[in-house]
Each structure stands twice: as structure tokens, then as C-alpha cells.
Design a protein around this ligand. Structure first.
Ligand SMILES: *Cc1c(COP(=O)(O)O)cnc(C)c1O
Length: 402
């Protein structure tokens, strides 16, 4: 059953979500993407693929991830009840393993010899290196030099897992430059290599494929909230970088009009400072990395330098499906600053004993701000996309806890 909203396909045969998405790429790359799409459409239907992925989700990732009622936090805030979807408890500590297993399995079924990808905070790199080690396929990861220095533990993990790490020094030496570098490497042999994008971005079929692999998050939330309080949640909240954990959490609820969906973008040092990464809030429809979507760019159409305390969120584009959902008003996109995010990181750690990733802390920050205004019958599910171990040293330094 293909997905729709208001009669609009998600996506149509050309990979468009309304006017967003598509394939804005050279012909040779388009051919490679069409081959991946054809293989995906065929392979995902097979019993062998579905069974293997399902088994790995259950016994390797540890799904379903728990839905935890944060009672102390809810009481402290004195408003809505907050439930945490614990993607931080997945093997490798974040939601990214969900689509990485899907992509690595697809590579295996397609007979590819190498998986190539970019990584920002290193989370996608670690998850992909993990999935490739498990599946037994070579893995090449491109990472900005700035991020390499900031995310040392993940860099070491990727090497231990057997991935080949390529340090990218061009431009701002962050995620955007790593994407460019990885695409170039992939185009050297698209027949034998496969590109594994780390979010619901890039040319068709990736925004659709990564979403499909992540949709398990929302499907589980639906079952778990029914079991727990015999109703749908009032809100589902997730942080938005490229948008994969948010699409994963939202997809099952898109046609449940009563469920409010909230995506939280990084306001960084403030929306007025140019030191942010609030693409849907302040960007405009344009093109980046082979897709049409909202983009933060200057008058010349060049992507702006972006900033967030969470390196997994500093990307000047955003998934095409989010771009459509914003225009339709189906998802409400809000922001949280670096400071609010730090406060949320510490609050969740000290009130519930759960140390969230700085990325996920943006969604937690929204809940801390809004829950006090809502009634105690209101139920908010916050997607805790990952754990904060990777951020602990950075936060401790920032707050003088050393
Ligand atoms: C990468 C990452 C994100 C941001 O990516 P999305 O595609 O927007 O989900 C969010 N949280 C964590 C823990 C991450 O590692």
C-alpha cells in the first residue's frame, strides 16, 4: 500500500513529494539511483529480505525499543505526561542503525562490493560500519575534519569496526562537504558500489527508502501507546536534522489528524544570529544534494554555513517529505536554541537518569517548554533519537564539570 496525504503520493513514481524531492542529478547518477530503486522495490517485497530485517531488528538492534513514562519529569513540569521513545537503547545507541541495516542488507542482496557514505557526528558512520561488519561488506566513510576532531570516540569505533575513514578538509570541513566528497567517490564505480545516505535526504529513492526503514519507530509507538493508555498520543515530537528520526516517528500517524506532530530544528545561538540550522523555519524552497527541498542559502544560491551544538543537526537542507508536510501544515516545525538544548540535556539526565544525545535534547527542550502549558491528561511522546555518551565530555567542558 503506497502512502498518501490529502491525495498526494509520498512520493510519486518520479520521487516527488508534491514539488519536493525528485532527482536533480547528472544522467549517470540518475541511472544508478533508478537501479537502486528498482532493486529496492523488488527486494523489499521478498519474504527473505523482510524476515532477515525483522529478525535483525528484534535480536540485533533489540527492538521494540521501550516507551518510558517519564513520571518524575512530568510531575516536575506540572502539565502534560511525557513519554520517551527510547531509540537511545538501540544497539549503537541511536535510531540510525534502523536504516543502516536496511541499506547494508539491500547492498548484499544487490551483490554490491562496497558501501560508501558520509557522516556528520559520526553516528551514521558507526551505525553503517556496524551494519557492514555484520553483513560482511566493505565500508568507506567520508567525514569532515572538524567533526573528526569533535567526535573522537566515534572515529575510533569506525576504525575498530573495519571501515575505511576518509577525512574531508574542503570548505567548512563539516557534513555538507563530506556529502560532496562521498558522492564523488561513489561515482567512480556506481555498478559495484552503493551509496548509503544517512537521512531522508538526497535523490530519490533515498528519502523514501530511509523513511521506510525508520517507520518502525512510529509503528511501535502506536502499538505501545494503545497498550499503555488505550489511545493515540496527543503529540509526537522529534528533532529534525535531515529528518530521518522524525519521519520514522511521524509516518504511522500522518493520517491520524488528532495526533499533533512537532519537528524541532536547531536555533543554535539564536534565529537572528545566522548561527543556526533552522532550515524549515528560515530557509526557502530550492535544491541541494540532488533534491528539491527547503534550503538555507544566500542570494547567489550557495548553501549558508550552518551551526548547531549538535553536529548531527547542522545541515543546510532537509528531507523533501518534511518540506511538503510543512507546506501542508501537517507537521508543526519549531526550534530550540543551543542553551535550551544544554538545559534539556542536564534536566533529563538528573531527573530521569537518561543522558540524551544533544540532537535529541532539542525535542526534549520543546517538551520542557510546552508541557507546563498543557493539561495532565495530555500525552506527549518524545523521540529520544540517541544517547548522549558521545556528547558527555563536550557538555562537561561547557558547563565546567571537569
Ligand atoms: C544523526 C542524528 C540525528 C539527526 O538526523 P535525522 O536524520 O534528522 O534524524 C538525530 N539524533 C541523533 C541521535 C543522531 O545521531
Amino acid at each position: 500500500m503506497e502512502q498518501q496525504i490529502n491525495g498526494i503520493a509520498l512520493p510519486n513514481d518520479e520521487g516527488f513529494f508534491g514539488v519536493y524531492g525528485g532527482q536533480f542529478i547528472p544522467d549517470d547518477l540518475k541511472q544508478a539511483m533508478d537501479d537502486i530503486n528498482a532493486a529496492y522495490q523488488e527486494i523489499r517485497q521478498t519474504e527473505a529480505f523482510q524476515t532477515e530485517l525483522k529478525e535483525l531488528f528484534a535480536h540485533y538492534v533489540g527492538r521494540p525499543s521501550p516507551l518510558f513514562h517519564a513520571k518524575r519529569l512530568s510531575e516536575k513540569l506540572g502539565g502534560a505526561q511525557i513519554y520517551l521513545k527510547r531509540e537511545d537503547l538501540n544497539h549503537t545507541g541511536a535510531h540510525k542503525i534502523n536504516h543502516c541495516l536496511g541499506e547494508a542488507l539491500l547492498a548484499k542482496y544487490m551483490g554490491k562490493t562496497k558501501v560508501i557514505a558520509e557522516t556528520g557526528a559520526g553516528q551514521h558512520g558507526v551505525a553503517l560500519a556496524t551494519a557492514c561488519a555484520l553483513v560482511g561488506i566493505a565500508c568507506e566513510i567520508h567525514m569532515g575534519q572538524v567533526d573528526i576532531e569533535k567526535e573522537h570516540p566515534n572515529v575510533v569505533k569506525m576504525k575498530i569496526l573495519g571501515a575505511q575513514l576518509i577525512a574531508v578538509t574542503r570548505g567548512t570541513a563539516t557534513l555538507k562537504d563530506a556529502v560532496d566528497s562521498a558522492f564523488e567517490a561513489y561515482l567512480k564505480d556506481p555498478k559495484n558500489y552503493i551509496y548509503a545516505i544517512g537521512s531522508v535526504v538526497g535523490p530519490h529513492p533515498f528519502p523514501m527508502m530511509v523513511r521506510d526503514f525508520q517507520a518502525i519507530i512510529g509503528e511501535e509507538i502506536k502499538v505501545q501507546t494503545q497498550e499503555r493508555f488505550d489511545a493515540l498520543p496527543d503529540y509526537v515530537v522529534a528533532c529534525v536534522g535531515g529528518g530521518s528520526n522524525a519521519m520514522g516517528a511521524f509516518t504511522a500517524f500522518l493520517n491520524d489528524a488528532a495526533v499533533k506532530l512537532v519537528g524541532v530544528e536547531p536555533a543554535g545561538l539564536g534565529l537572528e544570529t545566522m548561527q543556526h540550522s533552522a532550515t524549515l523555519t528560515l530557509g526557502k524552497p530550492s535544491h541541494i544534494h540532488g533534491m528539491a527541498c527547503y534550503v538555507l542559502e544566500d542570494e547567489q544560491g550557495q548553501p549558508l554555513p550552518v551551526h548547531s551544538i549538535a553536529s548531527g543537526l547542522d545541515y543546510p537542507g532537509v528531507g523533501p517529505q518534511h518540506s511538503l508536510l510543512k507546506d501542508l501544515g501537517r507537521v508543526q516545525y519549531e526550534t530550540a536554541t543551543d542553551q535550551e538544548c544544554l538545559d534539556a540535556f542536564m534536566t533529563l539526565s538528573r531527573v530521569e537518569g537518561i543522558v540524551p544525545a544533544l540532537e535529541s535534547s532539542h525535542a526534549v527542550a520543546w517538551a520542557l517548554r510546552e508541557a507546563p502549558k498543557l493539561s495532565p491528561e495530555t500525552k506527549i511522546v518524545v523521540n529520544v533519537s540517541g544517547r548522549g555518551d558521545k556528547d558527555a565530555d563536550y557538555v562537561a567542558g561547557k558547563l565546567g564539570l571537569h
